[in-house]
Design a protein around this ligand. Sequence first.
Ligand SMILES: [Zn+2]
Ligand SMILES: [Zn+2]
Length: 92
Amino acid sequence: MPSLMSDGGAPDARCKLCGKTAVGPCARCHSPVCGDCCELTEGGATTFAICLTCVKHGGSSLAPAYRGFVLWLAAIVLALGAVAALVAWLRH
Ligand SMILES: [Zn+2]
Ligand SMILES: [Zn+2]
């Protein structure tokens, strides 16, 4: 009879997206993913598998530019705030 107890049994991990047998962990979030739910990304000499969730959240090429833009914007806001504070302090 098939038992519901599965702990301590099969070492094969299941894909976190579709539940199939995983082929390896995601290079970013380290969750097990199967071959259908990951994208292969070449990084240097190695090829990484990144799950589709991580690809969607911050793809391989878009993420650095977007993050850089946000940092650039934050730097400008901080600089403007510092200038405003300096002007207010000088006028005081
Ligand atoms: Zn899958
Ligand atoms: Zn992932």
